[in-house]
Design a binder for this molecule. Structure first.
Ligand code: FMN
Length: 300
């Protein structure tokens, strides 16, 4: 059986990775899952300097998932390179470093710092608020997506995945803009903006007022967006949003994703990544499918 896939010239042993911010840098989860089994590990977002994150409370449960407004808390790229990279490098898996920033030059600084490191791919999270440019998120306007992709790409030493925001009217336009700007691959979806009110405290459940919705409830939106993007661009797509089983992952692959990421489900089932990989293998055996490529995009 062939489970190997190629994303922008990087060969993964299977099409399953972890969604950024839900698997830290793999250390905690390595007690539950052999990281060698994963096609890739995608890290939490890394910035040029340490970020403290948002005030608490910053997560809340909702029907079918959760809201988070962690605010991209991270130790900065220097600590990441010294502490987390050597740990991950011990495993036979690809390393995808998720990059965040407040300005275009923040992103450029991080990817440049990572260019000499033993990192396989970069995932650029352009769903962060753009403080410098007047509060519009980079990821919500096609021209801005194209420009940031083009600019960051000049400094990148590894293939670059652009992670798109679902908080847009036309995901195809965003996908095309990233491809036009020089993205090697796309990943989607990031979280969907939501809000929860605590009726007893009569205030917002999150100190940030709004948060990003993730978990099983977002899956139909994510599958639809992956399908639309897959028909708009030629570059590969990594699909995510609510994957909690092999069946969920297969929907994304059939809709056109070349790979999938498992996020929120890790929080309540630390074995889920392994179960998803084994479940895809079982599905292929049961249906006499020898090659994972016969599944990818099979539903047109
Ligand atoms: C607690 C939490 C932290 C996250 N942190 C990041 C992050 O640092 N960078 C990023 O690109 N996405 C981040 N995400 C978004 C996920 O990677 C993923 O796109 C989203 O949660 C949808 O997948 P899921 O429903 O399987 O969780 C985070 C999500 C959660 C729940």
């Amino acid at each position: 059986m062939n489970m190997k896939i190629d994303i922008a010239g990087v060969t993964w042993n299977n099409p399953v990775t972890t969604a950024s911010g839900t698997f830290a840098s793999g250390r905690e989860y390595s007690e539950f899952v052999n990281l060698d089994r994963l096609g890739a590990v995608t890290t939490k977002g890394v910035a040029n300097v340490p970020w403290p994150g948002n005030p608490t409370p910053r997560i809340a449960e909702v029907y079918g998932g959760m809201l988070n407004a962690v605010g991209l808390q991270n130790p900065g790229v220097e600590v990441f390179c010294k502490r987390d990279l050597p740990f991950l490098r011990q495993y036979n898996t690809k390393i995808i470093v998720n990059v965040c920033g407040r300005t275009v030059s923040d992103y450029c600084e991080v990817v440049e710092r990572l260019s000499d490191e033993d990192v396989d791919m970069l995932e650029i999270n352009i769903s962060c608020p753009n403080v410098k440019e007047g509060g519009i998120a980079f990821g919500q306007e096609p021209k801005a997506v194209e420009e940031i992709t083009h600019e960051v790409k000049k400094h990148a030493g590894q293939p670059m995945i652009m992670k798109l925001s679902p908080n847009v009217t036309d995901i195809s336009a965003m996908a095309k803009a990233a491809e036009y700007g020089g993205a090697d691959a796309l990943s989607m979806i990031n979280t969907i903006t939501g809000m929860k009110i605590d009726i007893n405290r009569r205030t917002f459940a999150l100190a940030n007022k709004t948060g990003g919705m993730s978990g099983p409830a977002v899956k139909p939106v994510a599958v639809r967006m992956v399908y639309q993007a897959a028909h708009a661009v030629r570059i590969p797509i990594i699909g995510m949003g609510g994957i909690a089983s092999a069946e969920d992952a297969l929907e994304f692959l059939l809709a056109g994703a070349s790979a999938v990421s498992v996020g929120t489900a890790n929080f309540y089932n630390p074995y889920v990544t392994k179960e998803v990989i084994e479940g895809i293998e079982n599905y292929m055996t049961k249906n006499n499918i020898d090659n994972i490529h016969d599944i990818i995009g099979a539903v047109e």
